[in-house]
Design a protein around this ligand. Sequence first.
Ligand SMILES: CC(C)(COP(=O)(O)OP(=O)(O)OC[C@H]1O[C@@H](n2cnc3c(N)ncnc32)[C@H](O)[C@@H]1OP(=O)(O)O)[C@@H](O)C(=O)NCCC(=O)NCCS
Length: 521
Amino acid sequence: MRTVAEVMSAPVVTASPDETVAEAAGRMGERRVGSVVVVDGERPIGILTERDIVRLAAAGASVTGTKVAEWMTADPDCVEPSVSVHDAFASLAEHGYRHFPVVDRPDRADGTGGDPGDGGPRLVGVVSMRDLMRVASIQPVVPPGQIEVPRGLKGVIAAETQVGDVRGQEGFYHYRQYSAVELAEQRSFEDVWFLLFEGHLPSAEERAGFLAELASLRQVPDAVQALLPPISRSGGSPMDQLRSAVSLVGHAEGFRPTFDLSAVERRANALRIGAVVPTLIMALHRLRSGDEPIEPHPELGYGGNYLWMLRGVEPDPEVARAVEQYQISTIDHGFNASTFTARVVVSTGADVAGSVTAAIAALSGPLHGGAPSRALDLLDAIGTPENARPYLVRAVERGERIMGFGHPVYVTDDPRSVFLRGVAERIQADKVEFAKQVERTVVEVLAELKPGRNLYANVEFYAGVVMDHCGLPRELFTPTFASSRVIGWCANLLEQAADNRIIRPSARYVGPPPPQPVPAP
Ligand SMILES: CC(C)(COP(=O)(O)OP(=O)(O)OC[C@H]1O[C@@H](n2cnc3c(N)ncnc32)[C@H](O)[C@@H]1OP(=O)(O)O)[C@@H](O)C(=O)NCCC(=O)NCCS
């Protein structure tokens, strides 16, 4: 931190108390300074500033007939050279002064100043507001009521929602008022989608109407269809490509900012994006593999149609149901990073496709949705049950994260992992027995090496096992997560837009103090 000594002016232009204001003002003009310090020997006893002279003239007094002592500010506040520029600035601003005499107070036994003759205050410079402004670190204004929150906003309640929630202590999560796991056990994907959009489970009539409405919305718009082959050849990851395609759908369909839309129009946009995402995922995948995209199957449900668009073969209903159950179980999950992202973007009034595009980017990271293929890679790398413990101990000791384990909210079993373990067992997934052994070992090793962190399998561990068995290639694991989470994003963004306030938190600036002089180029 710079000090007053570094920025003050010295030697000081001084005046004596007995000379006239005109004489002192003449010296101020000659030396181009805004004040003179009035001294008795070396001791400052007053200060006379340009402002004082203006006041004197305004009062009709004569500058030649008035002594400095009559018009100066006596016993001015002084500052010591070692004081920081910031503190001096704050003090000037607080008192409304423009200049401080700078005085050196040689150490005395009693710590007070005293007369110059016996080592009292000695004028060594003057510092002005202008000197300080050049270098002062202007501190940010902290508005009253501003609060500090934990890193990553962990545990912070940032909105009210009726979409659903996660109870980390209990290992429970729900969509609206129903257990998400029970919905995944008993209901179709479209029923749960309806629940999230409309707030209640559909009647038979409502279901039929909803399915009919969705059927036409699954098609990729022609303008985007033509752009999918170049996107598929772009070399980006499947999530990158999906992000680009979703953005283009918004444009092709003429989506406008949600700020300008009615609730009915916003819902229509959200339904369109939700319905088209699975088609885009599979069309891009087939194009990447050198195959033609397959049109959605009008008769098949969500999971069945998803697999149909992969190979053009009607899937085994057991397998289709397993994929659909995975998809239902991942529709929504509290204020996770991608859902929050979707809400932040729509809170600016941006369009639905833009909000979903941003959410896809957030989901693509390995700390969020980008891990299921990595969890399966882990099983491959371990290879045999005997290798599990030494492999895992080495990995944790090297500071690596075991993919598919740990969760920011759950401190107990992730209910999705428990549910999907059951699904994997029911369909007798190839890797399920080995995965269960590895899971037990990971939990043991993490409890030993990371005690107290409560690390258990998360959704991604068994998701990989289920999807692998159902014939989904690894590169489609995270896009498949997106195929269902898009419904949660849309339900959340509709809720946000219906009662919106722009989401705009604050940050504490901790960089070098501004304003620093800009270096010459
Ligand atoms: C999901 C995840 C990001 C949650 O993070 P979080 O709740 O913020 O936890 P933190 O990152 O603060 O980790 C807390 C501690 O547990 C450890 N930890 C957390 N997850 C771990 C894992 N999977 N393997 C090894 N150690 C882990 C951290 O190293 C940290 O240890 P430390 O206290 O010695 O620094 C984290 O558990 C993780 O990286 N998991 C692996 C990736 C994954 O499965 N992602 C999919 C999520 S659905």
